[in-house]
Design a protein around this ligand. Structure first.
Ligand SMILES: NC(=O)C1=CN([C@@H]2O[C@H](COP(=O)(O)OP(=O)(O)OC[C@H]3O[C@@H](n4cnc5c(N)ncnc54)[C@H](O)[C@@H]3O)[C@@H](O)[C@H]2O)C=CC1
Ligand SMILES: O=C([O-])CC(=O)C(=O)O
Length: 266
């Protein structure tokens, strides 16, 4: 039985709990959240009644895996200490790697604990191909993210345009994946993921649009290099609980967990 600690129980975390519940070869025994609103209590008692709710992993707890779906701050707060204790981790907040030195800290913590951390593909696909292509020479990776204006509320996009009255697509950001992930921590994890799989945070070109013509979160990237060329468009359905987040992110986290719990992984 694989014992799991889940970090975060919002739009992604709640759906992950629901999808993992039927799997009898694993058990979510801890759910770590900064506070416990009634909706979290209800979700946990419905899908993981065995789980203990806490703000930090208790010192004596020894999960086989921690699963982060909480936000960038959770990497420093939960993932690094767990890795250093030898607990492997699955991370959804890949954009956190845009902070100076964070990738090195992650590697050092995993090395200290003699364990591994997996950064999930999240809301995008093709990471396997891009990452394999990166073993050869890559010339360019270009990413465009397009979401409905509502998905950019509460971000610096509000200072760039009037999101509520946009009539056509507006480019709210153009620059590197590193800047994108730092400015839009809840909306540009895909930019960071593509760059870590490919050309790195500083050489991956990113454009982000608030687009009233789309109802989905549309991610497009193209890559060119020694392998040839690839292009991918993902039209991700947003989660009802958080329009910034695509449903595929949940499936990606669940798949990563099951790949560790099951005998065959794909
Ligand atoms: N890799 C990818 O493609 C994607 C990654 N994400 C990442 O996943 C994160 C979560 O997304 P949602 O579930 O939609 O957000 P949400 O806002 O619905 O839920 C966040 C949950 O995490 C908890 N939380 C916040 N800070 C925490 C901390 N320091 N420690 C423990 N729990 C904490 C909150 O209380 C809440 O339960 C995003 O902030 C983003 O970093 C989101 C979408 C796509
Ligand atoms: O869920 C999505 O569509 C992508 C997202 O928020 C991110 O890249 O952070």
């Amino acid at each position: 039985m694989m014992k799991i600690a889940l970090i975060g129980c919002g739009a992604i975390g709640a759906s992950v709990l629901e999808l993992l519940e039927p799997h009898t070869n694993l058990s979510v025994d801890w759910v770590l959240v900064p506070d416990v609103p009634p909706v979290v209590t209800q979700t946990v008692s419905r899908f993981a009644p065995q789980a203990q709710l806490a703000t930090q992993l208790p010192p004596g707890a020894r999960p086989d895996l921690i699963v982060e779906c909480a936000g960038h701050a959770a990497i420093e707060q939960h993932v690094l200490p767990a890795l250093a204790r030898g607990i492997p981790a699955i991370v959804a907040s890949v954009g956190a790697m845009s902070a100076p030195g964070m990738m090195e800290k992650l590697e050092a913590a995993a090395a200290k604990g003699n364990t591994q951390v997996q950064l999930v593909s999240g809301a995008i696909g093709g990471i396997d191909a891009l990452s394999a292509a990166g073993m050869g020479e890559l010339d360019a990776v270009i990413y465009t993210g397009r979401k409905p204006p509502l998905a950019w509320m509460g971000t610096p996009a509000e200072q760039r345009c009037n999101l509520a009255s946009l009539q056509e697509a507006f480019c709210i950001f153009e620059g590197s994946a590193r800047e994108a992930a730092q400015l839009y921590p809840k909306n540009a994890n895909v930019a960071a993921t593509l760059s870590l799989a490919g050309l790195g945070l500083d050489r991956t070109q990113v454009r982000l649009f608030a687009d009233p013509a789309v109802t989905e979160n549309v991610h497009h990237f193209s890559a060119k290099g020694a392998f040839g060329e690839m292009e991918l468009t993902m039209r991700g359905k947003p989660l009802a609980a958080n329009p910034k987040t695509s449903a595929l992110t949940v499936y990606s986290v669940v798949r990563a967990v099951l790949n560790r719990a099951d005998r065959v992984s794909i």
